[in-house]
Design a protein around this ligand. Structure first.
Ligand code: URP
Ligand code: ZN
Length: 461
């Protein structure tokens, strides 16, 4: 279909500029900077009074993540619906091989699960064990399958986490392949000691999830990984940085010219650790790793974000129901499945508490929610509105104001960690590769599934 978005104000280096955007098939055909030129006889969507932004890219999402308490409660359909409603048109999920399982086998299985996703989707591959065999599988993932990024956990040592020695080997190998390693930077060994010690003392509430993962466990892990970057030259992307202390180490590493990138997540900017001082049925929903931090840290993290230390703001979207999932940890916080949902609120939250509060410019907002992720993870033709790029566009209604509630959410979860928070702005129309997926904030009943991005053997892309 060929159509025009008229009166499309887009964000440029010189501020908001009024344009018309012609969409043809899956791509942007042309951005018309002269509003007197109006192509005749094509359907028009009028964006008067709104702004048009590139579709959001959420670089850190766990849909249907297998855990001992069952899979995270959003599957690829419900989670991607929530993403679209929030203005996110591409997401990147994870392949998490079991120890001993081939990375390629796990990748094929994850692709089969993810084929129903409504946004476009790419995959990061987890390295959950290490051997020469795994190194060879990494190479095949890159060369045969099109994978651009691998994730290593320094937490969860008993199940999927690696040691620093293994991480170092993986980084040396990744540097030789020229591929990116993402690191979940938490000192897993210390955390497990603290967890055991609290449980032994009968301190079993979610509050002790927070106490068992103090800020130093993140800061120290980031410090060690940066040393490994200096030694190996491997490019690193730190996931879900929650402390300003770690952000400052990352800023120093960037100044030094090291290939270091980082994301923080919306929850570390909006919520603080006070939520853990509540009864189990209230606090368990906030159990995530890393945990929420102090109010002072939240304030500093905003300063770090404004200062440009972070490249990306993602969600680490990983919701679990309270009933039947979070509640399995009633007697032991370490059994509570880690994670919470937020994919549908990322753009709204960052617009409201970043742009409206003058902590971020409009340009920073779209860079953090779309462009930088496209660049870092090599999502070709995404993240920027220009002729020839994918027509992933959001018509953003700046006049909207509402209160977040589980009653109106799209994610599949019996709770919402952002309940009661006021937000401004919303995705009125969401276009994914030229197809209108959301109109007047409603998902269109007829719609196609998304493409796999980068994956070479995909029959969908
Ligand atoms: O608590 C979290 N972050 N859950 C999702 C899995 C992970 O650690 O990223
Ligand atoms: Zn995660």
């Amino acid at each position: 279909m060929r159509f025009l978005i008229a009166n499309a104000r887009i964000i440029t280096d010189s501020g908001l500029v009024s344009t018309g955007i012609i969409i043809n098939g899956e791509s942007v055909e042309e951005v018309l900077y002269d509003s007197s030129i109006q192509p005749a006889e094509i359907p028009v969507i009028d964006a008067e009074g709104m702004i048009v932004i590139p579709g959001g890219i959420d670089a850190h999402v766990h849909l249907q993540l297998p855990t001992p308490a069952g899979p995270s409660s959003d599957d690829f359909v419900s989670g991607s619906k929530a993403a679209l409603k929030g203005g996110t048109t591409s997401l990147i999920d994870f392949v998490t091989p079991a120890r001993g399982e081939s990375l390629l086998t796990a990748l094929m299985a994850r692709k089969a699960q993810a084929g129903c996703t409504l946004t476009d989707i790419a995959l990061h591959v987890g390295i959950t064990w290490w051997s020469d065999e795994v190194a060879d599988q990494m190479k095949q993932c890159v060369e045969r399958e099109g994978i651009r990024s691998f994730k290593i956990y320094l937490a969860y040592k008993q199940t999927i986490g690696l040691s620093y020695r293994e991480l170092r080997q993986a980084m040396i190998y990744a540097a030789s392949l020229g591929t990116l390693i993402m690191v979940h930077a938490e000192e897993g060994g210390i955390i497990e000691e603290l967890q055991k010690s609290y449980i032994r003392q009968g301190k079993t509430e979610p509050l002790y999830h927070m106490f068992s993962r103090p800020p130093e466990t993140e800061i120290e892990a980031v410090r060690k990984v940066i040393s490994l970057v200096r030694e190996t030259g491997c490019a690193i992307y730190f996931v879900h940085i929650s402390t300003s202390g770690a952000a400052h180490l990352i800023a120093d590493a960037k100044r030094e010219g090291l290939p270091v990138m980082a994301e923080t997540c919306i929850q570390y900017l909006l919520l603080d650790q006070q939520v853990y001082f509540q009864p189990f049925n209230q606090s368990a929903k906030y159990v995530m790793s890393p945990p929420l931090r102090s109010r002072e840290n939240v304030k500093s993290l905003w300063d770090d974000l404004s200062a440009g230390i972070f490249d990306v703001v993602s969600t680490d979207h990983c919701p679990f129901n309270y009933f039947g999932q979070k509640e399995v940890g009633l007697e032991d916080f370490s059994k509570i499945p880690n994670g919470a949902g937020g994919i549908e609120y990322r753009l709204q939250m960052l617009y409201t508490y970043g742009v409206m509060e003058k902590r971020l410019t409009l340009q920073q907002w779209i860079d953090l929610t779309s462009l930088n992720a496209a660049r870092i993870f090599e999502l070709k033709n995404k993240g920027f509105i220009k002729s020839g790029n994918d027509a992933d566009l959001v018509i953003w209604n700046i006049s909207n104001s509402e209160t977040i509630s589980k009653k109106t959410q799209s994610q599949n979860c019996d709770s919402n960690i952002y309940e009661g928070i006021r937000v401004t702005g919303c995705a009125d129309v969401v276009i994914r590769r030229g197809e209108i997926m959301v109109q007047n904030r409603q998902l269109k009943p007829e719609r196609s599934t998304g493409n796999f991005l980068n994956l070479i053997t995909s029959d969908k892309s």
